[in-house]
Write a protein that binds this ligand. Structure first.
Ligand code: HEC
Ligand code: HEC
Length: 253
């Protein structure tokens, strides 16, 4: 059975029931399809083909890590791809037929993985650019009305449960392209889309400075997302909250 058909496979119980019915109706019994162990880890092999073993990211830096990110964040991204707020055709095609509740299950599977991060790769940037990046990340820029990234992404920048991702351990190219996509409107989040507002207040050189600084930081010893924000968000953000699965009437499983 291919990785993709595993993702879309009918649940085991359903298969067993129809299998039994068929066996009663059609005699002599036809050869049973090859069995596969129906666990979520088997079903998400289709995902790890791109996202690296166990969702730890592919070495080229293009396919982002998904392991250990907050479940609400991962779930929101699957909805964003499915519902057209983020665009990557292959991702969209893959999640389009899946129900909210199955997407939630997949998000929880990857969120629960507790795997080490690689050391940051060296970043070429001037001392001045790194200083500017650090300023934006830790203190923000009141003149540009840009809050510090730590105000939402947690003091350690490892994200906040349930829905704010960490910003460390991500390649510079990935960070640049996500901030660029928010500026151009190619990536959107639930309204009000605070990241779109923030990305548009940054200059081109600010984007490159903050991405370079973030990508060059080592993760803390405990890289897990914080349990809660220490203070209210500096601006409203639709995607900072939990979006519960709608009643699972559409899609498979
Ligand atoms: C064909 C390769 C491919 C496959 C297969 C794939 N993805 Fe992705 N995925 C990508 C790429 C590329 C991106 C980044 C797209 C972008 O830049 O917005 C992405 C982004 C994501 C993100 C957002 C990550 C973040 O930090 O914002 C999540 C979550 C995700 N994928 C989950 C999954 C899951 C779950 C599956 C299996 C059901 C899957 N992907 C299968 C290529 C793939
Ligand atoms: C007001 C709160 C807030 C502030 C301030 C903020 N962010 Fe975010 N950020 C979010 C939320 C919420 C998300 C998740 C959006 C989604 O679901 O797509 C996010 C997502 C991101 C992502 C996507 C990560 C990924 O894995 O794809 C990047 C990159 C990012 N923020 C960078 C920054 C940077 C850089 C700063 C500081 C200049 C910053 N953010 C400040 C709330 C904030």
């Amino acid at each position: 059975m291919s990785a993709l058909s595993r993702l879309f496979a009918r649940p085991r119980l359903w298969g067993a029931v129809t299998g039994a019915l068929l066996a009663c109706l059609v005699l002599p019994a036809v050869a049973a399809p090859p069995a596969f162990e129906d666990t979520l880890a088997q079903r998400v092999l289709a995902c790890t083909a791109c996202h690296g073993a166990q969702g730890r990211a592919a070495p080229d830096g293009y396919y982002p890590r998904i392991a250990g990110k907050p479940a609400g964040y991962l779930y929101n991204q699957l909805l964003h791809f499915r519902d057209g707020r983020r665009s990557y055709r292959l991702m969209t095609q893959m999640v389009e037929p899946l129900s909210d509740s199955y997407l939630r299950e997949i998000a929880e599977h990857f969120a629960a993985l507790d795997l080490p991060y690689p050391a940051p790769s060296p970043v070429s940037a001037t001392a001045q650019a790194l200083q500017r990046g650090e300023q934006l990340a830790l203190r923000g820029d009141t003149a540009r009305q840009v809050p510090a990234c730590v105000q939402c992404h947690s003091a350690a920048l490892t994200g906040v449960q349930p829905s704010i991702p960490g910003l460390l351990g991500l390649p510079r190219d990935y960070l640049n392209s996500q901030l660029g996509a928010w500026r151009s409107g190619q990536r959107r989040a639930h309204a009000p889309d605070c990241m779109a507002t923030i990305a548009r207040r940054l200059s081109d050189s600010d984007v490159s400075a903050v991405s370079g600084w973030l990508a060059s930081q080592r993760l803390p010893a405990h890289p897990k997302p914080a349990r809660a924000l220490p203070a209210a968000l500096p601006m409203d953000c639709g995607s900072a909250y939990e979006h519960s699965p709608a009643s699972a009437t559409r899609g498979q499983r």
